[in-house]
Design a protein. Structure first.
Length: 368
């Protein structure tokens, strides 16, 4: 048994960290950026559009919480969609890429109509909290454990709120000023919309978009992402990760199929598909998962992204194309399926690789 597996087993068995937005917290977080100042994106605000600000924290922001709302609001073509952070440094995104924010929070001189709050590594960050406090009248979308930032702002005391099933008990104990509810895929209380775990970023975003732009725009997005239902799914059963699930994870890590996985980062990468696949496969506890590519790229909706690849040998590579530009070794190559709802497609492969029982654990980690 190598030291990496021993460390994972120790964390699974004894850590108090929640199996929620980011499994095992920092252990599975992309390393902080050390490559110096990255390329600066241009930002031009259309005065005829409403402004959506997605908060991010450079030390760590959850990938699905951030990229899926970014994609959905961007694809409407009716919002200025801006990622804001404390610095201009590339943001470390769970799991595993880097992206350049559009603007520093202190430089925002416009009114945000919508604020998206993802899970971040430092939910006590005073800059993020201060921005929320100054803009409490905006439409607020709290995704997964973004609820920690909402609660820490003390701006929504008494509001109903939900979060990832595996974090609910702890947050209910630590933030008694909030009215925590379970079995809600998304929950609306006045101008605060909150979601369950990471996969529910989809439903929360779609609800806010429908609230502002109407049903027709929402329906167009449902078709674009191959959503598995005709309307936004409101039903949800909160299933927290339990002790037996932790034992199954430990058994898989020690004795099971523990892949090294590389995910291709292409120019014009679809942010929705990228986030869904990376986050889903990360929750299978691979030995290593990272993005690879030819360097800095611009995603479909203009994000500047950097891959995290440190090695070029993989058991499995996932590609949007045929991986023709890949230089390295691999045992298996799969082309990402873009004609099916991305979470369902990823979970089908996880079931194939690790069995139905472990795929169900992955669904709990995604709070799907």
């Amino acid at each position: 048994m190598n030291y990496l597996r021993i460390e994972i087993l120790f964390l699974i068995s004894f850590s108090s960290l929640a199996f929620s937005c980011a499994p095992l917290g920092e252990f599975f977080k992309t390393d902080k950026w050390v490559g110096g100042k990255g390329e600066s994106p241009n930002i031009t605000l259309d005065p005829n559009k409403k402004n959506v600000v997605l908060l991010a924290e450079e030390n760590g922001t959850e990938i699905t919480d951030l990229l899926i709302p970014f994609y959905l609001f961007s694809e409407t073509k009716q919002f200025n969609v801006i990622i804001a952070s404390k610095t201009n440094e590339p943001i470390s995104v769970w799991k595993g890429l880097y992206l350049i924010p559009h603007i520093k929070i202190e430089d925002i001189n416009f009114k945000p109509n919508v604020i998206v709050i993802p899970a971040t590594f430092f939910p006590e960050d005073k800059t993020l909290i201060g921005f929320i406090q100054k803009n409490v009248s905006a439409e607020i979308l709290s995704v997964c454990e973004g609820a920690r930032l909402v609660a820490n702002s003390n701006s929504f005391d008494g509001f109903q709120i939900t979060t990832h099933a595996s974090a609910l008990q702890e947050l209910r104990s630590n933030y008694k000023q909030m009215n925590w509810l379970d079995n809600k895929r998304y929950l609306v209380d006045r101008n605060l919309t909150s979601t369950a775990g990471v996969s529910s970023a989809v439903e929360g975003s779609l609800f806010v978009i429908q609230k502002i732009l109407g049903e027709q725009t929402k329906n167009q997005l449902l078709k674009k992402i191959h959503y598995p239902k005709d309307n936004i799914n409101e039903s949800h059963i909160s299933r927290a990760i339990g002790f037996m699930d932790q034992l199954s994870i430990a058994k898989k890590v020690i004795f099971g199929k523990n892949q090294t996985i590389g995910v291709e980062l292409n120019p014009d990468a679809d942010e929705f598909i990228l986030a869904a696949y990376l986050d889903s496969f990360n929750r299978t506890f691979p030995l290593r998962i990272e993005t690879f590519g030819t360097g800095v790229i611009r995603s479909k909706n203009g994000l500047i992204l950097y891959p995290t690849a440190k090695k070029k040998d993989y058991d499995l590579i996932l590609c949007e194309s045929d991986c023709a530009g890949f230089v390295g070794t691999f045992q298996e190559r799969r082309t990402i399926i873009n004609s099916k709802y991305a979470f369902d497609a990823a979970l089908d492969w996880i079931k194939q690789d690790h069995g139905e029982s472990f795929a169900d654990i992955t669904k709990k980690l995604l709070d799907y």
